[in-house]
Design a binder for this molecule. Structure first.
Ligand SMILES: O=C(CSCCNC(=O)c1cc(-c2ccc(F)cc2)cc(O)c1O)c1ccc(O)c(O)c1
Ligand SMILES: [Mg+2]
Length: 214
């Protein structure tokens, strides 16, 4: 059976990246996806925005919605302080083993737990099943129409605290209009927009940061 694009990305990382070197894994994926096959990783340009917001948040507990091949999980986890942890939720069973392997090659398996399933099913379990108190940082990069309902769910589950930082990808392309409308009109969020481009393309995109004011 033909390999999937995600398996080909893993093959490229496995063959070309330096084991235990997250930067090398990121560079390999960016090279492959800009030169060979486009893929929906956050990429190097928006990745720098992600890096800066993670550094600002300096999270002890972080959550990512939409693991895909693990690229943004590696960007986040490589910046985490000792004992800090990233939970990453992915619903597509084909992506989970590939992301796990790529994160293992980066040497970050101890910092990342991938949870397979839908965000709306797993978020309500984070406190009871995964011993999460509150989330310091959340990266939203899953189905764009789920950004708003899952943000509401995070709040309802008591997972946000004063100062929790949310960062959402793809605000322009593919777009997340309901999310943007929700957080910009919700008095308990302070929003900042970061114009950028769609990964590996000259197409306009943006990220939106929303700080929860409690
Ligand atoms: O991961 C998923 C769903 S698939 C990935 C979502 N991401 C995208 O769709 C995505 C798409 C594009 C893009 C696609 C085609 C284009 F022509 C141009 C751009 C770019 C991105 O940066 C993206 O992030 C998930 C769903 C439910 C869950 O509950 C969960 O936990 C996870
Ligand atoms: Mg994205």
């Amino acid at each position: 059976m033909d390999q999937s694009k995600e398996q080909r990305i893993l093959n490229s990382v496995s063959y070309n990246a330096v084991k235990g070197d997250p930067e090398s894994v990121l560079d390999c994926i960016d090279k492959y996806c800009s030169q060979k096959e486009w893929a929906m990783n956050v990429g190097d340009e928006k990745g720098l925005i992600l890096d800066n917001v993670v550094k600002e948040a300096d999270p002890t507990t972080a959550l990512e919605l939409g693991t895909y091949c693990g690229y943004s999980a590696i960007r986040i986890a490589r910046l985490l302080k000792p004992k800090a942890h990233l939970f990453s939720i992915e619903f597509n069973p084909e992506f989970v083993p590939i992301a796990k392997e790529i994160i293992e090659i980066a040497g970050l398996s101890d910092k990342v737990t991938i949870l397979e399933g839908h965000a709306q099913d797993i978020i309500p379990q984070l406190k009871s099943k995964y011993d999460v108190d509150t989330l310091d940082f959340v990266f939203l990069d899953h189905w764009k129409e789920r950004y708003a309902p899952d943000t509401i769910l995070l709040e309802e589950c008591g997972l946000l605290r004063k100062g929790s930082i949310l960062l959402a990808d793809n605000i322009i392309y593919p777009g997340a209009p309901e999310f943007l409308e929700y957080i910009r009109n919700h008095k308990r969020f302070e929003c900042t927009n970061y114009p950028s481009h769609l990964e590996y393309m000259k197409v306009e995109d943006a990220m939106e940061k929303a700080v929860y004011l409690g």
